[in-house]
Ligand binder design. Structure first.
Ligand code: PDD
Length: 280
């Protein structure tokens, strides 16, 4: 695989980052995952806008412009012959001379930028027809989940808790309501209405979420942005998740309780189809 690091395209074995990089020492960095379908990037602009916002919220100065970033994404997709999967991008605050809690002066320490591709079946994922099972866990992340930082330890622990319980993923709960999945946004469907938590600092503002809600409204489907409890989700007709790596994926059980008929629901499958059609 050819990867990108600080201006160079290199075989992955040759790519190097300093041990003093603040991404490594302090999880001081942000990332994006942009999906690739038929060799083309899906909604790069959405991801670039969210990246700019994440950078700004952390006073991080990108080492490249968004136009250059698009070129790098396309170049990596081409060099790796990527037909379907994703491009991972990470920008961290670079490697100052020593470990220090204080941010280094951006004039002296340039941010580190790394990109790589990952091949994955997105459009014909086997998990779609079967649906996934989720458990609920407490949301113990920090309070700025709207910033897409590389602090992914708690979401990783959440996936491990799900795995230990024989489930596929976890939905996180705060003050009695679902925030989101470990790496996706969470939805339920009741009486034809699509319900998902409103945007705030409590959740990541999913790029797939924005597209799916827009497409749902265009298809005259009813959308309500509000929080919901696990009990309400268990009594819903359908449940599903969205992200750049799953698109729309049906959820068929929550904490062992079957959702609806226990199979991929019609609303989720329709949204998935519309989303993929539009992304191609
Ligand atoms: N995760 N919520 C969280 C906590 C996420 O980590 C993600 C994405 C999403 C969905 O956002 P989007 O639709 O923009 O992908 C919601 C990526 C895919 C990841 O960490 O791999």
């Amino acid at each position: 695989r050819i990867v990108y690091v600080n201006g160079d395209y290199l075989p992955e074995e040759e790519a190097k980052v300093s041990i003093f990089d603040r991404g490594f020492l302090m999880a001081d960095g942000v990332y994006e995952v942009t999906s690739v379908l038929d060799g083309k990037l899906v909604d790069f602009d959405g991801h670039a806008k969210r990246l700019e916002r994440s950078l700004k919220e952390l006073d991080l100065v990108a080492p490249v412009t968004m136009d250059e970033l698009l070129t790098i994404h396309r170049e990596l997709v081409a060099r790796n012959d990527l037909e379907e999967g994703g491009v991972y991008l990470q920008i961290t605050r670079g490697a100052p001379a020593d470990r220090d809690f204080v941010f280094p002066d951006p004039a002296e320490t340039k941010a580190t930028i790394v990109l790589f591709t990952q091949a994955k079946n997105l459009a014909n994922s086997p998990a779609v027809q079967k649906g996934i099972s989720v458990i609920s866990i407490e949301d113990q992340r920090w309070a700025r989940r709207d910033i897409k930082t590389v602090q992914l330890l708690y979401p990783s622990m959440g996936k491990m808790m799900a795995k230990a319980a024989g489930a596929d993923d976890a939905w996180m709960v705060e003050d009695g309501q679902v925030t989101e999945g470990t790496s996706n946004n969470a939805y339920i469907v009741k009486g034809g209405k699509i319900i998902t938590r409103q945007l705030s600092n409590d959740i990541l503002h999913g790029i797939t979420r924005a597209a799916v809600l827009r497409l749902a409204k265009e298809a005259q489907m009813e959308v309500e942005e509000r929080g919901f409890t696990i009990e309400e989700a268990q009594q819903a007709d359908e449940a599903f998740i969205t992200s750049a790596t799953t698109f729309v994926q049906p959820v068929v059980s929550i904490d062992g309780a079957t959702i609806g008929k226990g199979e991929a629901g019609p609303v989720a499958l329709r949204l998935r189809e519309i989303y993929i059609d539009e992304s191609r």
